[in-house]
Design a protein around this ligand. Structure first.
Ligand code: AMP
Ligand code: MN
Ligand code: MN
Ligand code: MN
Length: 286
């Protein structure tokens, strides 16, 4: 195992530019305080926080990789593809993400209409109170409002009862295709990484298809150690790294001190058998 293998890299988290509750600056400070060596801010379908994150990382002495987490529709469900180390001014990336964000406003209004029909009015307006970036209204903002309104005890309960697939406030949405998302990341000089694969409700065959197609599009990494994975997932996806020839990533998926159970940088090391994505991204680290 190389020396850099055990770097404290946290390459997945969210700021107020998407559905996190902290600013890029506060995240940089928190990452530094928690002992992170290499950090990436990966807002959903957004790179609007990247310049602030890089500047804040420099100010506290953190090494930085640019990042985003793209929403993709695959086999009828939503999967997330993390991009790392892109040139965030590249037109393919900028335009692709802009288009991916485009449907969120209409989806949010439809979700609110559906919730009004089951007796919960005013959710769109309520959710907006939690939104900092008008282009990025997310289900997380709905969840925060429904907790505030006393409808549920915590955001997890909101997802379970109201806004997960099959629940009254869920509105199906067509996100980017897998090929487009991976393509935007690669064209802009970055590395595409399958985010938290252990979270998806895919059959074994569908999961195999996801990894096979991702690889065929030029994807190079998969999150092995993330806040959403347990020990069995670490073992399983370390095996997938070998089987599919992928590098391994590590990221907390931190959103908020109040809501996230995994804090920035507070994750186990990657298994010794895998190649860390940051070793392949050395030249992209700023
Ligand atoms: P959206 O992109 O608007 O569909 O929102 C997806 C976001 O919802 C994810 O990135 C998570 O931050 C959040 N989320 C999904 N499931 C849950 C859950 N069970 N509890 C809390 N947050 C969740
Ligand atoms: Mn999120
Ligand atoms: Mn995700
Ligand atoms: Mn995430």
């Amino acid at each position: 195992m190389s020396v850099t293998h055990i770097l404290n890299a946290d390459l997945h988290c969210h700021s107020i530019v998407s559905d996190g509750t902290l600013t890029p600056e506060a995240l940089a400070q928190r990452a530094k305080a928690n002992g992170v060596d290499v950090w990436a801010l990966t807002d959903h379908d957004e790179i609007g926080g990247q310049a602030r994150a890089l500047e804040a990382a420099r100010a506290v002495g953190l090494r930085y990789l640019t990042g985003t987490e793209i929403s993709v529709t695959f086999a009828g469900i939503t999967v997330h593809i993390v991009g790392l180390g892109m040139d965030t001014t590249h037109p393919a990336l900028v335009q692709g993400l802009h288009a991916t964000r485009g449907g969120r406003e209409q989806r949010a209004r439809a979700m609110s209409d559906d919730l009004a029909r089951v007796g919960i009015p005013g959710v769109y307006e309520g959710a907006l109170k939690y939104v900092d970036n008008p282009e990025l209204i997310s289900r997380t903002h709905f969840a925060r409002y429904l907790v505030e309104a006393g409808i549920c005890r915590d955001t997890n309960e909101v997802f379970r009862k109201y806004i997960n697939d099959g629940k009254p406030g869920f509105v199906p949405h067509r996100w980017a295709t897998l090929g487009d998302a991976v393509g935007w990341i690669i064209q802009s000089g970055g590395m595409a990484v399958i985010a938290h694969p252990g979270r998806y409700k895919l059959s074994t065959n569908e999961e195999y298809a996801l990894f096979t197609e991702f690889k065929a599009h030029g994807g190079q990494g998969v999150e092995v150690v993330t806040g959403a994975h347990g020990v069995a997932d670490y073992v399983k996806y370390a095996e997938y790294c070998k089987e599919f020839g992928l590098a391994a990533s590590r990221g907390s998926d931190f959103h908020s001190p109040e809501e996230s159970h995994t804090d920035l940088g507070k994750l186990p090391d990657l298994p010794g058998s895998v190649t860390p994505v940051w070793e392949l991204l050395e030249s992209r680290i700023q």
